[in-house]
Design a protein around this ligand. Structure first.
Ligand SMILES: Nc1ncnc2c1ncn2[C@@H]1O[C@H](COP(=O)(O)OP(=O)(O)OP(=O)(O)O)[C@@H](O)[C@H]1O
Length: 370
């Protein structure tokens, strides 16, 4: 309890205290006598002290990020308890929300959706994974090509995170895109399919990273791939690539990129991405890194540019090889601009600054294609 302290405040800033609320707070905010912001925050803080990270406000669930693994909260025993339990009967939990949505879908025969929102680092990604795990638990056991659909649903997360998540100041595993996960169930309530749609990937991160943030995980994972793969893609340490070395952060606490690379490949297998497709995807990832190391010098003509030196030439050649395209055409595409008018097609050269702009634009487009 706070020590007594005299504070002078304007009456408009003073809020009535709920004297009837129990010391550990209430599990549903609608039980508070006064619903004002300080009261709500105080209630959440008191519960958080006791490791109660979930609180209801009617049928909305508020989750406060615990920033520590609370394994007991999400084990199978917990899932069993929430299965079919009436909403509000047990402590507030993300499983209860998923359970209500699932039951309503079964009973009313209608689609249902769960909206997860909050600021960056609030815990949306983790919460969504728990929701998916619980729904997979409820609707599991239908098999497609020897693999269970629910396993595929769950393994879609590490794949998406490898290509769309990055370390930011606020979150070491920040999703830089929005997503809509659709899980389909058959008449008997079993999972029959799933689809994930992603929106608005933060494309600027591909070519511009501010210290102490990182670029997308996939680049560092590939640089930590087994030796023969790195040789195939002519990859060196992340420090040697312009798109990565703008920031001094290369490693994440508690994350082993080499292991994550293998885990991502495994997840891609499970999701059903073929070996050839995986190889093509990582070729594009490597190509982006090489493309970023292509620099330009002033060309002979005014306002034109040329590939700067042998090093840049090497990276251009590697980019073209990886993208399976002609190196000369790639060079032209980067250092020239083609304009189509009703009368004719005009090709204009670009100065080195504009060529960098067009190189970066290509890199951004490439990642969004992955
Ligand atoms: N329920 C939870 N249990 C344990 N740790 C959690 C939980 N929720 C969040 N965290 C921790 O907080 C970190 C950030 O959470 P998360 O990535 O889910 O945030 P987010 O809201 O998706 O952020 P962004 O919008 O940046 O993607 C996680 O990496 C994890 O370490």
């Amino acid at each position: 309890q706070q020590k007594e302290k005299k504070v002078v405040a304007s009456i408009s800033k003073v809020y009535p205290k709920d004297t009837e609320a129990p010391p550990g707070g209430v599990d549903d905010m609608t039980k508070l006598s006064y619903l004002h912001e300080p009261g709500v925050l105080h209630n959440l803080a008191m519960r958080y002290e006791l490791n109660e990270i979930y609180t209801y406000t009617g049928n909305i669930l508020i989750a406060v990020n615990p920033f520590q693994r609370l394994a007991h909260l999400y084990d199978t025993h917990m899932m069993e308890q929430y299965k079919g339990a009436a909403f509000g009967e047990l402590s507030p939990h993300v499983f209860a929300v998923a359970d209500v949505a699932y039951r309503a879908m079964i009973n009313e025969g209608k689609s249902n959706s769960i909206l997860v929102s909050g600021e960056s680092g609030a815990g949306k990604t983790e919460t969504t994974k728990m929701l998916m795990r619980y729904l997979a638990y409820l609707g599991g056991r239908s098999r497609v090509e020897g693999r269970t659909v629910e396993q595929q649903v769950l393994e879609s997360n590490p794949v998406l995170e490898a290509f769309g998540n990055a370390k930011t100041i606020r979150n070491n595993n920040s999703s830089r895109f929005g997503k809509f996960v659709k899980i389909q169930f058959d008449k008997s309530g079993r999972i029959s399919g799933a689809a994930v749609r992603t929106y608005l990937l933060e494309r600027s991160r591909v070519c511009q990273v501010n210290d102490p943030e990182r670029n997308y995980h996939c680049f560092y994972l590939l640089c930590a791939a087994p030796q023969e793969e790195r040789e195939k893609y002519k990859l060196d340490s992340p420090k040697s690539f312009h798109y990565l070395n703008q920031s001094n952060c290369y490693e994440l606490d508690g994350v082993n990129d080499a292991r994550e690379y293998l885990a991502t490949r495994r997840a891609m297998d499970i999701v059903g991405i073929s070996e050839d497709e995986q190889e093509a995807i990582f070729r594009v990832v490597a190509a982006i890194l090489h493309l970023g190391n292509v620099n330009f010098a002033k060309g002979v003509e005014i306002d034109s540019s040329a590939i700067k030196d042998d090093k840049s030439r090497f990276h251009l050649k590697m980019t073209a090889e990886l993208l399976r395209c002609d190196a000369q055409k790639l060079e032209d595409a980067v250092i020239k601009r083609v304009m189509v008018t009703p009368e004719e097609v005009i090709t204009r050269t670009l100065d080195p600054v504009a060529a960098v702009g067009s190189r970066d634009a290509l890199a951004k487009t490439l990642l969004s294609l992955v």
